[in-house]
Design a binder for this molecule. Structure first.
Ligand SMILES: C[S@@+](CC[C@H](N)C(=O)[O-])C[C@H]1O[C@@H](n2cnc3c(N)ncnc32)[C@H](O)[C@@H]1O
Length: 623
């Protein structure tokens, strides 16, 4: 019956009255033609000129609140039209600009956590650079215990051999007349570099609809030619397909290189508990990069890409994702993107020498730091009688002098004397040869020392990383060793602190029950430092924030218990600490509820929910 309410009309999608608001910048009838990169329209009014006529032919007086695109003459006709409209009802539009190419823009305000898109993979395969793995389920294969009876690739079992994903390479190898022989396991094997390109190429024949979609994706073919990547893949992929698999007559060099370009530019890495694979997604490929993304990516149990708003996104804002490691320095991010994605990031973080006061790339000015510590010690000596500068606490604690606390472990750009902190930052962060300048004394230097010393720091951290038996003691010693040269939030420190905050509570002899008050306070401090940076560079719903909130809750809960049991603090302080633990746990649950259960973070979210009951009971019983 016309006008009868459909059960699946989303009650959360309100109708909006069409009023004379400007259309979304960069979007013309839903697609293309943008020139502005700015979040253009923040007006709450629905866009004009999108769909002004109802299906019945009458003028539209309301517009669907889900997409703000389709107009209806009445609520009744919206309800009638919903079954037809629901598949195309999206909260984003595709726009394009000469600088970015195609990108997504919010068609309406989107709330944090709201689903933006869910996208089935066009194609899945192993990462280009990988150790031997099963080409059916992508788990590492145990020393080639089972070999595909047709092509010879190591697989888990006959079941994996029969998975349709494996067909393209299997067929190509059989046609070449020689089976594959993998004899070394646990090391990168270049043969696997050919698998994903082969799978894409095979769709040209086997599934033209997928092939056509893949061919619409950016490949940067023109920019790749003549690069090192092009030369390397010529040897590792093109030559193998042409000579070893005898596919020269079928696929030209240009086509294979284009396909490799499509993979490099668009494929998403999918980290699973036991393996790491990659997928190419049609809608997901249109996500624009930003070093401070406003969307959050996960993969569901079918390995479909799920994109949600990480923070509230205003209508007209670009929907962005981070292509690179947010816990890395500006020059590393910018150079990585320039080499692999062929653009120079110009996001607000990259363009700001302080990276929005996070100082993730900054060094410490040695003369200024020394002077601050001396002044601090002098002030202390005056206040409390004679004391050496060693009297200054190394770790920030409630009793540590404020200057030194900020200098040694804090996050502030400003010292108490209102002068900027002693941080040395690049004046032109996205340039490879920027001058570096101390924000406090203004001393400038060329990039040689900052680059070299950062390289040494990175190398030393990488050496630590290779050792699987890292201990709290070793990590703390590393931080102490370098602390006089780098900002406490430096990317390398952030990664070490992230590892360290987990080790306090998991290392043998340092399980949560073993930690004393100082160690619990250290764990809390590490969590707060990492969170303060993560709140800026990975805001809202992010795995980084979710997992650190969990660790913060643990530190605070155990601290509250310790204080309570040892009568070491007033019940007010114990209570406040326990309430802070509860706040951290709630935030952890809010964030990690979006993670799939198969992922460790999804499991942590479930565990966090269970632990909330215990925490609440403890608070009720004790403080
Ligand atoms: C996965 S594709 C995104 C979709 C692409 N714009 C298109 O039209 O197909 C990645 C490419 O988009 C462009 N891109 C993405 N984010 C960008 C940004 N913030 N600034 C400039 N270009 C960007 C770069 O060319 C990059 O290699």
């Amino acid at each position: 019956m016309p006008g009868e309410a459909h059960k699946d009309v989303p009650s959360a999608v309100p109708l909006q009255i069409v009023v004379g608001a400007p259309p979304l910048s960069g979007v013309v009838n839903g697609v293309a033609n943008a020139s502005s990169n700015a979040a253009a329209a923040s007006s709450p009014d629905p866009p004009q000129g999108v769909s002004t006529t109802c299906e019945c032919g009458k003028a539209a007086s309301v517009v669907c609140g889900g997409c703000w695109s389709t107009g209806y003459c009445s609520r009744a006709h919206q309800i009638d039209g919903w079954p037809k409209h629901k598949d195309s009802c999206k909260c984003y539009k595709i726009a394009s600009s000469p600088e970015i190419g195609r990108y997504m823009v919010a068609a309406r305000d989107v709330q944090a956590g709201e689903l933006i898109l869910q996208d089935m993979a066009l194609l899945l395969g192993p990462k280009m650079i990988t150790e031997p793995l099963c080409l059916g389920c992508y788990k590492p294969t145990a020393e080639g215990d089972y070999l595909c009876t047709i092509c010879g690739f190591p697989m888990c079992s006959k079941d994996c051999q029969d998975v349709s994903d494996h067909e393209p390479e299997c067929k190509a190898i059989v046609s070449s007349g020689t089976k594959v022989k993998v004899s070394i396991f646990g090391e990168i094997n270049s043969m696997y570099e050919c698998i994903m390109p082969l799978r894409i190429l095979a769709t040209k024949q086997s599934c033209p609809s997928v092939w056509n979609k893949l061919m619409t994706l950016e490949s940067h073919s023109d920019k790749r030619e003549g690069t090192e990547q092009y030369a390397v893949t010529q040897l590792t992929v093109v030559d193998i397909l042409h000579r070893r698999l005898k596919l020269e007559p079928t696929y030209s060099t240009e086509l294979i290189q284009k396909v490799i370009g499509i993979i490099d530019t668009n494929a998403f890495e999918i980290r699973l508990p036991e393996s790491c694979i990659q997928g190419v997604y049609q809608k997901g490929s249109l996500l624009e990069h930003n070093c401070i993304p406003n969307s959050h990516r996960t993969f569901d149990e079918n390995l479909s890409l799920v994109v949600r708003a990480a923070v509230n996104i205003k209508r007209g804002e670009h929907i962005t994702s981070c292509y690179t490691d947010p816990l890395s320095t500006t020059i590393n991010r910018v150079e990585g993107l320039r080499i692999s994605k062929y653009f120079t990031c110009q996001c607000s973080r990259c363009l700001d020498p302080t990276e929005l006061n996070t100082f993730v790339s900054a060094l410490k000015c040695s003369p200024c730091s020394k002077k601050i510590l001396e002044e601090e010690a002098e002030a202390l000596a005056k206040a409390k009688g004679p004391k050496s500068p060693r009297g200054v606490q190394r770790r920030a604690n409630p009793f540590a002098p404020k200057f030194a606390a900020a200098l040694l472990g804090g996050n502030s750009s400003q010292q108490e004397d209102d002068k900027p902190g002693p941080w040395v930052v690049p004046t032109d962060p996205i340039s490879q040869n920027s001058t570096w300048k101390c924000l406090r004394c203004g001393t400038c230097q060329n990039d040689e020392y900052p680059n070299n010393i950062t390289e040494i720091l990175v190398e030393e951290a990488e050496e630590l990383d290779q050792d699987s038996n890292m201990t709290i003691e070793i990590y703390e010693a590393f931080l102490d060793k370098w602390d006089h040269i780098f900002h406490p939030n430096h990317a390398v420190f952030m990664n070490i602190k992230y590892a360290l905050l987990h080790l306090y509570g998991t290392e043998e002899g340092h399980q949560m029950d073993d930690l004393n008050l100082a160690q619990l306070t250290r764990k809390e401090e590490l969590c707060r430092q990492v969170l303060k940076v993560a709140d800026v560079i990975s805001p809202g719903i992010s795995r980084l924030r979710g997992s650190v909130q969990y660790e913060l809750y643990q530190a605070l809960y155990y601290k509250a218990r310790y204080l309570f049991l040892n009568g070491a603090a007033t019940s007010d302080y114990s209570r406040k600490t326990a309430m802070d633990a509860s706040t951290a746990l709630k935030e952890c649950i809010r964030i990690l509820c979006y993670e799939p259960e198969v992922q460790p973070e999804g499991q942590l979210g479930i565990q966090a929910k269970e632990e909330m009951q215990t925490l609440q009971q403890w608070i009720k019983d004790h403080v």
